[in-house]
Design a protein around this ligand. Structure first.
Ligand SMILES: [Zn+2]
Length: 295
């Protein structure tokens, strides 16, 4: 929804240019998945081990494709699927305001290349949070057979710009792409929401429908897997549609943003700083992506 400007400003990426984007700095798609790829190799493919570990603290009974494959001998659930994960912002963005504030064309407007993102009152940054959740998510998806690419290689660099974050998904011909964020709104606000693209008479138009389906699947799995409520301050039933995010406007593959909650809310901040809860988020996102990719 075209929410109020004030609300919009509060939202994570929104602040300047959105949550979405990246590019200045030079993370190329090719080097993108380091953290993700190495961990996955340690947990040999099918791994009920890794999935077990991931679900251990949380969603019991979430049977994964990998587990099914392990017992049946069939291919892993996400074999042949390509998923691009975009960890919002970057830990080094504050060091290079010139690069980060450079204006880029997101078709409906010009926005900053990227933003620094928000942080909890205690200083745990959104960039660190999105990096951790994204690498956990990558590991789970790989264990289920997907090919995974991240839009940045670590959490101490700058960018990339939102335009490049979208381009990485496009070049990978991703079956699904997800940009992971957390919001920085007023402390009383809480809950999560999913952002999907709107038609803009541009390149994203053909995937608006699929992106909506992806958003619904992730909304449902996130609610179920994390127990967090729908956002109390943005969207309707945790669903928001926007045409001002470069990461969505420029995507030619099905793509959504997830705002995992409000880092300025004390209860949610405490959860986000708990590694077991971040794992719970990653499992929930993986389940939502898998539900979309398998249907
Ligand atoms: Zn953000």
């Amino acid at each position: 929804m075209r929410a109020l400007p004030a609300t919009v400003l509060a939202a994570c990426g929104l602040i300047a240019s959105a949550c979405g984007a990246p590019a200045s700095g030079g993370v190329t798609a090719g080097q993108a998945a380091p953290a993700a790829s190495s961990p996955s190799s340690e947990s040999s493919k099918g791994s009920s081990t890794s999935t077990g570990a991931s679900t251990g603290t949380s969603s019991t009974g979430t049977s994964t494709g990998a587990e099914q494959a392990a017992t049946s001998g069939a291919a892993p659930a996400l074999s042949g699927k390509v998923v691009v994960i975009d960890p919002g912002h970057n830990g080094g963005n504050h060091r290079d305001p010139k690069a980060v504030n450079r204006k880029v064309n997101v078709l409906t407007q010009w926005k900053a290349c990227d933003t620094t993102g928000t942080a909890t009152s205690g200083g745990y940054s959104e960039a660190a949070f999105t990096w951790d959740v994204s690498t956990r998510l990558a590991k789970i998806l790989k264990s289920r057979g997907a090919r995974v690419k991240l839009t940045r290689a670590g959490n101490d660099g700058v960018g990339p710009c939102i335009t490049e974050r979208a381009a990485i998904g496009n070049r990978a011909k991703a079956d699904a792409a997800i940009s992971v964020h957390a919001d920085g709104s007023a402390p009383a606000n809480h809950g999560f929401h999913v952002i999907m693209p709107r038609k803009i008479n541009g390149p994203v138009d053909p995937v608006v429908g699929d992106s909506r389906a992806l958003g619904l699947a992730v909304r449902d799995s996130f609610r179920r897997g994390t127990g967090l409520p729908y956002s109390t301050y943005i969207g309707s039933r945790a669903l928001s549609f926007r045409d001002d995010l470069g990461g969505l406007n420029l995507s030619t593959v099905p793509k959504i943003f997830v705002e995992c909650g409000n880092m300025k809310n004390a209860a949610e901040a405490a959860k986000f700083q708990d590694p077991a809860f971040r794992q719970k988020i990653a499992v929930a996102l993986a389940n939502g992506l898998q539900h979309y990719l398998k249907t």
